[in-house]
Design a protein around this ligand. Structure first.
Ligand SMILES: [Ca+2]
Ligand SMILES: [Ca+2]
Length: 311
């Protein structure tokens, strides 16, 4: 091998190496991009996002999380989008507000102390109090319809499981128990059932169980991600977020898993549904106009309108 052949040989090896590295990099970027899209509905959105709406029981207001000023702040607004008011400080992230059944309080989770924990405040933002100091990561609270209990999920037993406690933080009870992620509990308005997300069958599915944790049933049985269930006020239907059409959509099904309808039907990511108390409309989050904002739709998918962001 003369010096030129040796240099060519080295060059070929170098080209092979570079090609290999580029392929690895492209693969890693594609993988991470598709993962972030897939996880979108269950993760915190980016700057300026307005997301995770919750209707007040009288239907006049919507609470939501907003990152318009950086950290996630709990906001309320009138149901037509007017009078948007921040209730929590910019010092810490606060997420996923849910109204108490009597409309006087909001529960949410916050990172203001060492762990993400469940907090409650008056509906005007005063008296912000931690419900229970458990020293574990806890998320996504939801009131029972009589206001006496709070369902939430926690990492205290090694992976995410659904728990219930009294509204004063006492009597904490685990409802799910397996090696998979169980999260996003949603109490049925008639009090009998809790819908939730679980990936125990290999991918995210919507499950329902009796309010005591018995009879856990997979309602969706689909290979795509299904997450974040919410009930219709008459407990007859469940809205949720699904990736089955190649992007996130809000779907509705009967509470037994039959009769699926795509409500949003838009190529953007539509997620985090909340049913209006009169049953006619659904609030949700979408990035169809560029960044994540709160939208309203009629239950049949008509009249989709944006409530937050520049008009
Ligand atoms: Ca699924
Ligand atoms: Ca969509």
């Amino acid at each position: 091998m003369n010096w030129k052949t040796k240099i060519d040989s080295n060059r070929i090896t170098l080209v092979h190496c570079l090609f290999f590295i580029i392929v690895i990099c492209i693969g890693a970027i594609a993988c991470s991009s598709s993962r972030s899209l897939h996880k979108r509905p269950t993760e915190v959105a980016g700057p300026h996002a307005n997301e995770y709406p919750s209707w007040s029981p009288d239907g006049t207001k919507i609470a939501f999380g907003s990152e318009r000023d950086g950290p996630s702040v709990i906001y309320i607004m009138n149901a037509d989008g007017s009078n948007q008011t921040g209730l929590t400080s910019l010092n810490h992230d606060n997420y996923d507000p849910i109204w108490s059944p009597d409309g006087t309080h909001l529960i949410f989770y916050s990172r203001r102390d060492a762990h993400r924990q469940i907090y409650i405040m008056d509906a005007d933002g005063s008296n912000q109090t931690r419900v229970a100091d458990t020293q574990f990561e806890e998320y996504a609270p939801d009131f029972s319809p009589d206001g006496t209990k709070i369902a939430f999920y926690s990492e205290r037993d090694g992976n995410r499981e659904i728990y219930v406690m009294n509204a004063d933080g006492s009597n904490q009870t685990r409802l799910t128990n397996n090696d998979s992620e169980d999260n996003y509990p949603a109490w049925s308005p008639d009090g009998t059932a809790i819908a939730f997300r679980s990936d125990r069958d290999g991918n995210a599915e919507i499950y329902v169980m009796d309010a005591d944790g018995s009879n856990q049933i997979n309602l969706t049985n689909h290979s795509s991600d299904d997450t974040k269930p919410t009930w219709s006020p008459d407990s007859a239907k469940i809205a949720w977020t699904t990736y089955r059409d190649g992007n996130n959509e809000i779907y509705i099904m009967n509470a037994d898993g039959t009769g699926l309808t795509n409500v949003t039907n838009n190529s953007a990511h539509d997620f985090a549904s909340a049913w209006s108390p009169d049953g006619t409309r659904i609030a949700f989050t979408s990035d169809r106009d560029g960044i994540y904002e709160i939208y309203l739709t009629n239950v049949d998918g008509s009249n989709q309108t944006r409530l937050t962001g520049k008009k």
